[in-house]
Design a protein around this ligand. Structure first.
Ligand SMILES: Nc1ncnc2c1ncn2[C@@H]1O[C@H](COP(=O)(O)OP(=O)(O)OP(=O)(O)O)[C@@H](O)[C@H]1O
Ligand SMILES: [Mg+2]
Length: 673
């Protein structure tokens, strides 16, 4: 229906000039402006012209609602090129691009190891660039990436790479986005778009002027409209073509000409309300599927026959609500239409439809179904789809996204899976967090990854195997960085706890350990070098059962201070020897020392004449000693495997017994605690 682009001579000329320059070299143009202002209309028109003139053109659009796979606009561009170019032309370009393209197209089934990620990403970016450059050397190439305000970060990273490496090629990239949305505070893409804006020529579209508003109304309705009304419409709509189109359609179906709903959404709403019920209902289901949909899928979701859907979609195309694409696919002509239809569904209906979409996609098997789409619908369908099933789909989608090097997307899937795992399944949560952390790391957020792993370590307490994997991930994460840190200041070691995980650095090597009481004991000792610390102090240093069950040694005033001191010293000597013997695995010697120790306790009891009361005191002190010794020893054993240098250092400097103590070596050792 709308055939002429009204009031866009200026922007069209500027875009045309950029396109003409493509004959000699490349560039980047952004077409920006509010929703419905005519970005797509302008770009589509210019691309059609370029196509007719023998340039190669291809476009792709980002989707909202986190339902689209990462790099989606690029995937569409590459697929379109594969379809549009003739066999030889495509083959030449694809051969030049090489295997790196397989990542983008989802043909790789194993995510590359993190260490190879930079190489793999470069390989993929380079392949896409080479593909475009090879094509552009034959014929100028113009690519449109639409709706970048919804793009994932990966899409913009790839855009940045392509632009940087094709400046002297005959390749023009045209990006469109709603500047108003990107400029809202905190928009995640601001940071990524800014540097691109510096390189780009930006064409900002604003509303049509009064004369153009009149022309557009006439174009849509076929009627000449009173100047006063045109002025009023111009004032109310700000000259937004989508808004005006919707108004004109309302008038067309018999509403009084001066009716102007207060906003573009209201205008669309009223327009949609007038559609025949079966069409409205089918379009509403289509809106749940997404901005693009296949008619077979819509038939499966609505439960209508293929013929019925075909007819309804023809009707929808006539009213320009949807546009037919190739091979049975359709696209909403405007996303605001889809948003309004989507929002018109109640939560229950929405869930039901998402569930129907998920089932239809699932039944379609591997047949071109992106795991991301299936996961998206399954997630939004919970509980109509069992949470456990949705989790499986999300995990599969996360893995698949990782194979496509789309770490941001994978993160989204794993976060959603976490939302669905009940709190009383800490192991499952920890295992998903391990995957999430991997993606956070791949996406270049090591700090976020560390925080996730720390939480995972807390949750995985009972699963040794999982805990080990989490620890390994933590070690890998902080390995090079903290080694570098340690290299800067090798004298500073650290023994720190951040509330969930310990960071232990010694001799230039850092490891992370999950919380353990023995680590707190060692921490206390390291913080009081050269001081005897009674075991009961260690027990009471931490709240909990141990602390409650242990009374401070010497807190009983029946023993005087000298007796306490003697008791402590002699017993502690024996304790140390027992520990050493146990560490050497010399059980016989340990048993002998323990017999001596028991005898000493008996003697002390009698000498002090303390009867039954001492006995309980002795038991308590003994229990404390054993507890603390065992837990420190336990930590040292684990350190033997994970950080032998630190374990060796602590073995020679820490003594345990009724009193424990850290004696730093003569040349000192400074600890960041
Ligand atoms: N200059 C124009 N002349 C005539 N019709 C126009 C013009 N600009 C836009 N339109 C019509 O207005 C409607 C909205 O335009 P379009 O889809 O291009 O907006 P957009 O800026 O891309 O919006 P969005 O940000 O939502 O993608 C379309 O139906 C389009 O055909
Ligand atoms: Mg658009």
């Amino acid at each position: 229906m709308t055939t002429t682009l009204i009031g866009r001579d200026g922007p069209a000329t500027r875009l045309r000039a950029e396109m003409d320059r493509t004959a000699s070299h490349g560039g980047l143009v952004f077409v920006t402006g509010e929703a419905g202002v005519g970005k797509t209309a302008l770009v589509t028109r210019m691309l059609d012209e370029a196509d007719r003139e023998g340039n190669v053109v291809a476009s792709g659009a980002a989707w909202d609602r986190e339902g689209a796979p990462g790099y989606w606009p690029w995937v569409q561009v590459v697929r379109r090129l594969a379809r549009e170019l003739d066999g030889d032309e495509w083959q030449r370009a694809a051969d030049a691009a090489g295997a790196g393209l397989s990542f983008l197209l989802g043909e790789i089934t194993e995510p590359p190891p993190v260490d190879d990620l930079d190489d793999a990403t470069f390989w993929m970016y380079d392949a896409v660039t080479t593909l475009l450059v090879t094509i552009a050397r034959d014929r100028p190439l113009i690519i449109a990436l639409e709706d970048l305000h919804w793009a994932d970060a990966s899409t913009l990273h790839l855009l940045e790479f392509v632009v940087r490496h094709t400046w002297f090629e005959r390749l023009l990239v045209v990006g469109t986005y709603r500047d108003v949305e990107v400029e809202t505070p905190g928009h995640p893409l601001q940071k990524l778009l800014r540097p691109l804006e510096m390189k780009a020529t930006t064409i900002t579209l604003t509303g049509l002027d009064v004369a153009d508003v009149g022309a557009l109304i006439s174009q849509v309705t076929g009627l000449e409209t009173d100047h006063e009304i045109v002025t009023a419409v111009h004032r109310r709509t700000g000259g937004n073509p989508l808004y005006i189109e919707q108004l004109a359609r309302l008038w067309h179906v018999g509403n009084p000409v001066d009716i102007v709903p207060p906003g573009i959404r209201d205008a669309l709403h009223r327009h949609l309300e007038r559609l025949p019920t079966p069409l409205l209902s089918a379009l509403t289901d289509a809106a749940v599927i997404g901005p693009e949909f296949h008619r077979h899928l819509l038939a499966a979701v609505t439960g209508r026959t293929g013929a019925e859907i075909h007819q309804l979609l023809q009707q929808a195309a006539l009213t320009r609500l949807v546009l037919p694409l190739e091979a049975g696919r359709f696209r909403f002509a405007h996303d605001l239409v889809r948003e309004i239809l989507y929002e018109s569904t109640g939560p229950e209906q929405r869930r039901r439809t998402h569930a129907a979409v998920a089932r239809a996609l699932h039944n379609a098997g591997d047949d071109g179904v992106a795991p991301a789409h299936l996961a998206h619908h399954a997630y939004l369908a919970v509980p109509d789809i069992a949470p456990a099933d949705a989790i499986q789909h999300l995990l599969a989608a996360g893995r698949e996204a990782s194979c496509r090097l789309a770490a941001d997307e994978a993160e989204t899937h794993y976060r959603r899976a976490l939302e669905l795992v009940p709190d009383d399944s800490p192991g499952d949560r920890a295992s998903i967090m391990l995957r999430l952390a991997d993606q956070e790391r791949r996406a270049g957020s090591p700090e976020a990854a560390r925080r996730t792993l720390v939480t995972a370590a807390e949750l995985a307490e009972r699963d040794g195997d999982l805990l080990n994997r989490i620890r390994t991930a933590l070690d890998e994460l902080s390995g090079p960085a903290s080694q570098a840190e340690a290299g800067d200041d090798a004298a500073v070691n650290s023994f720190r706890f951040d509330g969930a995980v310990w960071t232990l650095s010694f001799a230039g090597r850092t490891i992370h350990m999950p919380d353990a009481k023995g680590l707190h004991d060692l921490h206390t000792l390291l913080s009081r070098p050269g001081t005897d610390v009674p075991v009961v102090d260690l027990l009471t240093a931490r709240s909990g059962d141990d602390a409650r069950s242990a009374r401070r040694f010497g807190g009983d005033d029946v023993l005087d201070d000298t007796a306490k001191e003697q008791y402590r010293q002699r017993l502690s000597q024996l304790d140390e020897e027992i520990d050493l013997a146990l560490d050497r695995r010399d059980d016989e010697r340990a048993a002998q020392l323990d017999r001596e120790r028991t005898a000493l306790l008996d003697q002390l009891r009698q000498a002090a004449g303390l009867g039954g009361r001492t006995r309980s005191l002795g038991d308590e002190a003994e229990r404390s000693r054993k507890t603390v010794t065992a837990r420190i020893r336990d930590v040292l054993r684990r350190l033997d495997e994970r950080h032998p240098e630190l374990a060796a250092h602590l073995r020679t400097t820490v003594s345990t017994g009724i009193a424990c103590r850290y004696d730093p070596p003569a040349d000192g050792a400074s600890w960041d605690l």
